[in-house]
Design a protein. Structure first.
Length: 310
């Protein structure tokens, strides 16, 4: 019995009772993707149809700086996202600045600018703008910047939004769009399928970490982006997660899990999972990072395509 318990804790065996507790909140950054207007509209409609609770993090600059459809059409796209009864609204700053690079004053000004239209949108649809997520999940270059901005968010009634699972979908999407534009549908499909495979591997990895660290499943928060890749593959990904006995919950419900009350002790600028940020043992953190699912082949392919374009 003791050996069985140890295997369950290690994540090597998952009993039916544990499976029933698997929960995840879906969060989407960089909304609305006005450069891929049709894909963004497809994504929000698909999530609505599936009745999946979603938290979206908005960059209002996207309304003005993409001329593909025009400002009013872009506003209309964001309203499609905002009016969905399943969507929670979040601020992602106005222009997606990196906090560690621009500093406190410029960043907080951009943050305030990023809520001007979103506040009106929230009121129109009887919602509240409570959540904030850092672009690049960059909370500052050191503990001083970190404490300063966290205090600011608390003073302004914002809830800092973490994540536990992320699979670099932005990189997969870059390749996916590239192969689509090149008229190579089979290559695009290969990237899409690889995205699903690696994302599921990341879920398995962080499930095991949760069982090791906390001896139970945690309510996960998945971070992805408003992009053509997810417009075409989010349905398959969510279907695969449902097959693994996941249920989809709101961000608010996810953050009621006590794990999110822990202190963040990671003071570097890199946007790592909060599963790492809560680890006080830096050596243990490093060891876990070394055993993450391998996406280096995708990164090398991305770098190769990027270099060829420039």
């Amino acid at each position: 019995m003791k050996k069985l318990l140890m295997l369950i804790i290690a994540g090597l065996i998952v009993c039916p009772g544990v499976l029933a507790q698997l929960q995840v909140a879906i969060t989407i950054d960089d909304v609305p993707n006005t450069k891929a207007y049709d894909a963004s509209l497809k994504l929000v409609r698909q999530l609505d149809k599936m009745k999946v609770p979603t938290a979206i993090f908005i960059n209002e600059s996207k309304l003005r700086f993409s001329k593909n459809q025009g400002f009013f059409a872009n506003v209309g796209l964001l309203m499609h996202w905002g009016k969905s009864p399943y969507n929670t609204l979040g601020n992602h700053t106005y222009s997606h600045l990196r906090y560690s690079a621009v500093g406190y004053q410029a960043f907080t000004q951009d943050l305030l600018k990023g809520e001007e239209f979103t506040e009106k949108l929230a009121k129109k649809y009887h919602k509240k703008l409570r959540y904030f997520r850092f672009p690049y999940n960059d909370l500052g270059k050191d503990s001083s910047q970190h404490y300063q901005i966290v205090h600011y968010l608390q003073a302004n009634d914002y809830i800092l939004t973490p994540f536990t699972v992320e699979s670099s979908d932005w990189m997969f999407n870059y390749l996916y769009e590239h192969y689509q534009k090149q008229g190579k549908p089979k290559e695009a499909q290969r990237i899409g399928n690889l995205y699903i495979q690696k994302t599921l591997e990341y879920f398995t990895f962080f499930e095991k970490m949760a069982m090791t660290q906390y001896k139970r499943p945690v309510r996960h928060i998945y971070l992805c982006h408003d992009n053509p890749l997810n417009a075409d593959y989010i349905g398959l990904l969510l279907s695969k997660l449902r097959q693994r006995k996941y249920s989809f919950i709101s961000l608010t419900k996810a953050m009621q899990d006590p794990v999110y009350q822990q202190t963040d002790v990671y003071y570097k600028k890199w946007g790592v999972s909060w599963m790492y940020r809560w680890m006080k043992d830096g050596k243990a953190r490093s060891q876990w990072m070394k055993t993450e699912p391998d996406i280096m082949p995708v990164y090398r392919e991305y770098q190769k395509v990027l270099k060829a374009k420039h």
